[in-house]
Design a binder for this molecule. Structure first.
Ligand code: SAH
Length: 362
C-alpha cells in the first residue's frame, strides 16, 4: 500500500463534494501537485467516471491513495417515475434512511434539473408539501451533486442545460454546503454550467441572499407570493423575520450582473393573493428592481386546503403586471400526475422539525 495509511471510512472526505480548492489542498498535503485536481475533477464530474482504475493519466500511487483515503457514496434510487408530459422524478435514498426528490423538466430548447438542498424544510410555508414535513437535516455538498449525477446517468451527459435549486429545502439556510456545490456546477473542469444557467430560489432569508450575492454570480429567484405583509406572514412565515420592506431592500442591493433580472415567484391561490389590487401592489413593490414575474398555478398535495386560482383570474393578474411593463410568464404545472410539480415534493423525511432557524449556517 505504499507510504500512506488506510483511513477509517467515517473520516474519509466525500470525493464528489470536494471543489477544486479543497481537492488541491488535499493533494498538497499528500505531496502531490495541486494541478492534478483538474484531471481528477474531469474524470469524476465531466465524464462521470468513478472507477479509479480507468483514470490512466493519474499515477497509480495517487489513484490508490484516493481509493484508500476518500470515499464516493451514491444514493440508492428507490423510484424513477415519468409523467405524461415527460417530466421525470427520482426518489433517492440517503444512507441515514432519509429520501429526497430530484426532478427533470424537459423543454423545447432546454432541460432543467430541479434539485433539493435539504431533507424537508424548516420554513413551513403553508401552501407547500415540503414545508408541511419540517426539516430533517441539511444535504451535504456531495449529496447535492449526486442528484445531478444520477440525472446525467439516466439522461446522458448533455441533457441538462439548466439547474434550479427549487426542490426540497431552503438553500439559503444551507449555504455552507450549497456554495461549494455551486462552485462545482460552474467549474469548467467539473460540470461547466454558466452562472446564468443556475438559479437559486429562496423564500426570503435576507442574510443568505447577501452572502450568495457576494460569493456566486448565479441567478436569484424569490418566492414572493404576496404583496402585503399580512398575507405573506401566513403564506411564507419567514416573512415575520424578514418582512417585505427588508426583503425588497436586499433585492435592490443584490449585485446583479448587467442585463440580469431577479425572478419573483408568485403562487396563484384562489381568493388569497390573486386580486387585481394585489397585482397592482406587486407592481409598486417591484418598481425599481430589475424583475421578472413567474406566476405559479397552485399545485395541490394531500392535506392542502388552498385552491388554484381559475385560469381567467391568472390571466387577468398577468395582464395587469404586463401592462406595468414587467416581464411575466405563467408556469405550466409540469409532472403533477407524479407529484413532481412545484411544491409537491415530499421525499421521505425522518423526524422533521418545524422551527425557523435565523442563523445562516456558515
Ligand atoms: N425554499 C426555496 C426553494 C423551494 S422552490 C423557496 O422557497 O424558494 C419551490 C417553489 O415552488 C417556490 O417558489 C415555492 O414557493 C413554490 N411552491 C411551493 N409549494 C407550491 C405549491 N403547492 N404550488 C405551487 N408552487 C409551490
Amino acid at each position: 500500500m505504499g507510504d500512506f495509511l488506510v483511513v477509517a471510512p467515517a473520516e474519509r472526505p466525500h470525493l464528489l463534494g470536494l471543489g477544486r480548492q479543497s481537492l488541491a489542498k488535499l493533494l498538497r498535503t499528500w505531496g502531490e501537485s495541486p494541478f492534478r485536481a483538474n484531471q481528477i475533477l474531469q474524470w469524476l464530474h465531466t465524464r462521470q467516471v468513478t472507477d479509479f482504475a480507468a483514470m490512466t493519466d493519474i499515477s497509480k500511487t495517487l489513484r490508490a491513495r484516493l481509493a484508500a483515503e476518500t470515499r464516493i457514496d451514491m444514493p440508492e434510487i428507490i423510484a424513477d417515475q415519468t409523467a405524461a408530459d415527460c417530466t421525470r422524478k427520482w426518489l433517492l435514498r440517503l444512507p441515514d434512511g432519509n429520501a429526497i426528490e430530484t426532478v427533470f423538466i424537459p423543454g423545447e430548447d432546454r432541460g432543467t434539473l430541479c434539485i433539493s438542498s435539504q431533507v424537508g424544510c424548516s420554513l413551513a410555508c403553508s401552501f407547500c408539501a415540503t414545508g408541511a414535513q419540517g426539516l430533517s437535516r441539511n444535504l451535504e455538498t456531495h449529496e447535492i451533486i449526486a442528484q445531478v449525477r444520477v440525472a446525467r446517468d439516466f439522461l446522458g451527459l448533455d441533457a441538462i442545460t439548466n439547474i434550479v435549486f427549487m426542490g426540497m429545502g431552503e438553500p439559503m439556510l444551507n449555504l455552507r454546503e450549497v456554495l461549494p456545490a455551486l462552485d462545482l456546477l460552474r467549474d469548467d473542469y467539473a460540470y461547466g454550467f454558466g452562472a446564468r444557467r443556475i438559479t437559486v430560489s429562496t423564500a426570503g432569508v435576507v442574510p443568505g441572499m447577501d452572502r450568495l450575492g457576494a460569493e456566486s454570480p448565479v441567478n436569484l429567484a424569490i418566492s414572493l407570493h404576496a404583496s402585503r405583509d399580512e398575507i405573506r406572514d401566513i403564506l411564507v412565515p419567514v416573512n415575520r423575520h424578514y418582512p417585505l420592506a427588508e426583503l425588497l431592500a436586499a433585492c435592490r442591493r443584490y449585485p446583479l450582473p448587467p442585463r440580469r433580472r431577479i425572478t419573483f415567484e408568485y403562487v396563484m391561490l384562489e381568493g388569497v393573493n390573486d386580486a387585481d389590487s394585489h397585482a397592482r401592489e406587486l407592481l409598486r413593490l417591484l418598481r425599481d428592481i430589475p424583475a421578472m414575474v413567474n406566476l405559479i398555478p397552485f399545485n395541490p398535495f394531500p392535506g392542502s386546503d388552498y385552491k388554484r386560482s381559475p385560469q381567467v383570474r391568472i390571466d387577468a393578474f398577468r395582464d395587469i403586471i404586463l401592462r406595468g411593463n414587467v416581464m411575466t410568464v405563467t408556469r405550466r404545472p409540469r409532472g403533477d400526475d407524479i407529484a413532481a410539480a412545484c411544491g409537491q415534493l415530499a421525499g421521505q423525511v425522518r423526524a422533521g422539525r418545524r422551527s425557523i432557524p435565523l442563523a445562516v449556517h456558515s
